[in-house]
Ligand binder design. Structure first.
Ligand SMILES: [Fe+2]
Length: 386
């Protein structure tokens, strides 16, 4: 389904290309930065990915403090510790370098600097009262799309569920999207984050709040990711990294301004409970849930297969739609995603609770086929047998 009436605006300016990361100091200066908090995880810092950022900030005479206590699936309390440091250091500008965890933590710190309270108070749809502290986002993985999305995902440390600050006021002001940051990414991270990006594109395109603009972004991203992910995982070069970085940013726009759907509802339930890599959680569910959704709109799912470049000539629309499921399954296998049943943390005894958590996810109503906790339970069970 594609909405007939909608509005579309992007609050984030995108600067794309090799070396754009070196412009961060100039950009921050132009935007009036007084003191910057550089939000980056220890792995990103150790890999040397913040060096160019620090050099650029120094050349622009912008003082900065580093916050590196970033964890995967950032929890409310992790965001609050960053906020305390930002307050103490009188920070008025944020630069995030990393994957979704760093960028989402930075957005949450920005929310707290401008709104106070508990981050959980600001989780929900368009609850912010003003724009957050200006943020420049620099992705170092090709998956999350957080550099262009209007939300921050935070894990509630008491209830073990993922919450979402969903508001264009939380978006980065500028995204510096530099494909060279991907060249040394470990292959298993390229694989899982790449499938996350593919999931964003497929769900944005097929969900029931898609609009013609997000459809255009989603189909373009599906094509880019299908053509570049295998190469980016097995033998990354500038061309495949460029394709993946474009694919994930463009998919980020698609789902940021449409939505995700049941795959993410289930993946976020898994991530809230087990601290599983988000991309892997999506990947182990993507083919099963896509098959469940086919009947909602065979034509759109056939278009997914077409965008993936699969050979659907002469097929019925239903068969062509099913090819999308097979194609997604092949892509996950080719990039080395493990089977759900081979992931030791996942315990089928938790499927009931996970299904209920999935149903409570704010994106459940966006799934193209109506879905309940009972359906989610069947899907968890089915995905576990593959
Ligand atoms: Fe995702």
């Amino acid at each position: 389904m594609t909405l007939a009436t909608y509005s579309f605006a992007l609050p984030t300016r995108i600067e794309f290309g090799e070396g754009v990361v070196q412009n961060v100091g100039k950009e921050a200066r132009l935007m009036g930065a007084g003191k910057v908090m550089l939000v980056a995880d220890k792995g990103v810092i150790k890999a040397g990915l913040t060096q160019a950022v620090e050099k650029s900030l120094k050349e622009s005479d912008i003082p900065f403090v580093v916050f590196d206590s970033i964890v995967p699936n950032p929890r409310d309390k992790d965001c609050h510790s960053g906020y305390e440091l930002a307050k103490q250091e009188q920070v008025d500008f944020l630069v995030a370098v990393g994957g979704g965890s760093s960028m989402d933590t930075a957005k949450a710190i920005g929310v707290l600097l401008t709104h106070g309270g508990n981050i959980k108070d600001w989780c929900g749809f368009q609850l912010l009262e003003r724009e957050i502290t200006p943020l420049i986002a620099i992705p170092t993985t090709a998956g999350t799309g957080s550099e262009v999305t209007p939300f921050a995902v935070v894990t509630d440390s008491e209830q073990h569920i993922k919450l979402n600050v969903f508001d264009p006021k939380a978006a980065a002001k500028v995204a510096l999207v530099d494909p060279t940051t991907l060249l040394k990414l470990p292959s298993h991270i390229m694989a899982s984050t790449g499938i996350d990006a593919m999931t964003h594109a497929v769900e944005a395109y097929t969900c029931n709040v898609a609009n013609p603009h997000t459809d255009a972004y989603a189909l373009y991203a599906i094509d880019l990711i299908e053509r570049n992910l295998r190469k980016a995982v097995t033998a990354p070069d500038l061309e495949s990294c460029r394709g993946m970085m474009l694919g994930s940013t463009i998919a980020g726009i698609a789902f940021g301004y449409a939505d995700v759907a049941a795959v993410h509802c289930m993946a976020e339930a898994l991530g809230g409970r087990y601290d599983l890599a988000h991309g892997v959680a999506n990947a182990i569910l993507l083919p099963t849930v896509t098959e469940f959704n086919l009947s909602s709109d065979f034509e759109k799912h056939a278009n997914v297969a077409r965008a993936m470049g699969l050979n659907i000539a002469g097929m019925s629309t239903e068969d062509a739609a099913m090819e999308a499921v097979y194609g997604l399954q092949r892509l996950c296998e080719d990039v080395g995603i493990p089977k759900m049943k081979d992931i030791p943390e996942i315990d089928p005894a938790d499927f009931q609770a996970l299904s209920e958590a999935s149903e409570r996810n704010v994106s459940t109503p966006s799934n193209p086929r109506p879905i309940t906790a009972k359906d989610y339970l069947e899907l968890f069970k089915k995905a576990y047998t593959i």
